[in-house]
Design a protein around this ligand. Structure first.
Ligand code: FAD
Length: 385
């Protein structure tokens, strides 16, 4: 067993780090506060081979592995967390699930602008009554002629305002087995959006409303019975979430370390105080441990889909380590770190969301416990006899 990257991986990591240093670092704070999706960065990344890293070349990808995509996400998130969201959309997000299950016709129809960084795909899973209990979702497709009619709605769809296509989880029949997914295009008849809402991290979302939207057969990704495959694809999204979450902690660590090496109080540099040294030691332990778990999940996946249990463990560890690091880094930096002209306060706002998004910490622990005991633990109340 080796705990070092291969020469090829190291070279790729170095090249992405150079790309990030030359193109992203200087405007990272401004970008963190900019409204809307950074399309300039999306096009730049696509032109530099940073989109579709793990897709096969015949699909317009780079033919790399999940581990390559993780290395890229880390290298970007460590210097510009907002740009890492772009890398997420072009590699780990709904786009990756589409790539896994889309027909050749669907790829032909939608992939070119996604690969070029000119369009993104959002994912609508969550509904007002179906958050962690996702299989309670009520958006329903009912047969109509040669297609379906979609009714219902979604909340918390990140990038709603910027996406041109939407991967929507919906119900073709009862129960978990009845769940599948369809692809909606912005502007389809009956597909509308509510007022813009904002997360703590500054990103926006809009409630999605489906009022008898006609879904032709070519817009169905997975019919009933597709839920487990859908979530298997979503595990890649969770790896991207984990990579960014931990790397944003790394960004915070670096900012705090620079600060501790220069800031003087009581006539000594902050790094001279043992109370702060131990914070750095704790951050380092957590960040390194989480990275090993992340690399295990990613490298075991090759260019395929990762193992659900390894992903759940990695996501929990990365979310926790990232949060610990940004929170402690803020304590080290005092008022300077809490101020919005420094990247750290954005790192903190960003980090907090990942403990909820993409499967909360608690849901990851539920999943891990199921893996440990080799059985499912229904979370719903027992049915009346
Ligand atoms: C930044 C951000 C981006 C997001 N982007 C998207 C997106 O693009 N698309 C999308 O569809 N959704 C998105 N979401 C929504 C996200 O998936 C949900 O917020 C998440 O699944 C939790 O659902 P909920 O908010 O309804 O919380 P709830 O499910 O109501 O949970 C509330 C709390 O109870 C805990 N809890 C619930 N059930 C259990 C249980 N059985 N055991 C232990 N604890 C439990 C949860 O862990 C949580 O702490 C995003 C959320 C955030 C914060």
């Amino acid at each position: 067993m080796h705990f070092r990257l291969t020469e090829e991986q190291r070279a790729f990591q170095d090249s992405v780090r150079r790309f990030a240093a030359n193109n992203l670092a200087a405007s990272a704070v401004a970008r963190a506060h900019d409204e809307g999706f950074p399309w300039d960065i999306a096009k730049l990344m696509a032109a530099n081979g940073l989109f579709a890293i793990m897709l096969p070349e015949e699909d317009g990808g780079q033919g790399g592995s999940l581990m390559d995509a993780v290395l890229a996400a880390e290298a970007v998130a460590e210097v510009c967390p907002r740009s890492a969201d772009v890398l997420q959309a072009g590699n780990f997000g709904a786009f990756r699930t589409l790539a896994e299950y889309a027909t050749p016709e669907q790829k032909e129809r939608w992939f070119a602008p996604l690969l070029a960084g000119e369009a993104i795909c959002a994912v609508g899973m969550t509904e007002p009554e179906a958050g962690s209990a996702l299989t309670d979702l009520r958006s329903t497709c009912t047969a109509d002629g040669n297609g379906w009619r979609l009714n219902g709605g979604k909340v918390f769809t990140s990038n709603s305002d910027d996406a041109s296509i939407f991967l929507i989880y919906c119900r073709f029949g009862p129960g978990t087995e009845g769940i599948g997914s369809v692809i909606l295009e912005r502007g389809m008849d009956g597909f509308s959006m509510g007022e813009v809402r904002r997360y703590l991290n500054g990103e926006t979302w809009r409630p999605l409303h489906f009022d008898n939207v006609f879904v032709p057969p070519g817009n169905v990704l997975l019919k009933e019975g597709g839920f487990r495959r859908q979530i298997a694809g979503f595990n890649v999204e969770r790896v991207g979430n984990s990579a960014r979450s931990r790397a944003v902690g790394e960004c915070a660590f670096r900012l705090a370390k620079d600060h501790a090496e220069t800031r003087v109080q009581f006539g000594r540099k902050l790094m001279e105080f043992q109370g702060l040294q131990w914070k750095f030691a704790e951050m380092r332990i957590a960040l390194d441990a989480a990275q090993l778990l992340l690399y295990r999940a990613a490298s075991n996946a090759g260019s395929g889909l990762p193992d659900a249990q390894e992903v759940a463990i990695a996501k929990h560890a990365c979310n926790q380590a990232g949060w610990l690091a940004v929170n402690e880094a803020m304590q080290v930096m005092g008022g300077t770190g809490y101020s919005n002209d420094v990247l750290l306060e954005y790192c903190l706002r960003k980090s907090r969301g990942w403990m909820i998004a993409g499967g909360s910490l608690e849901m990851m622990k539920n999943r891990i416990a199921e893996g440990i005991f080799g059985r499912s633990f229904p979370q719903r109340p027992p049915r009346a006899p």
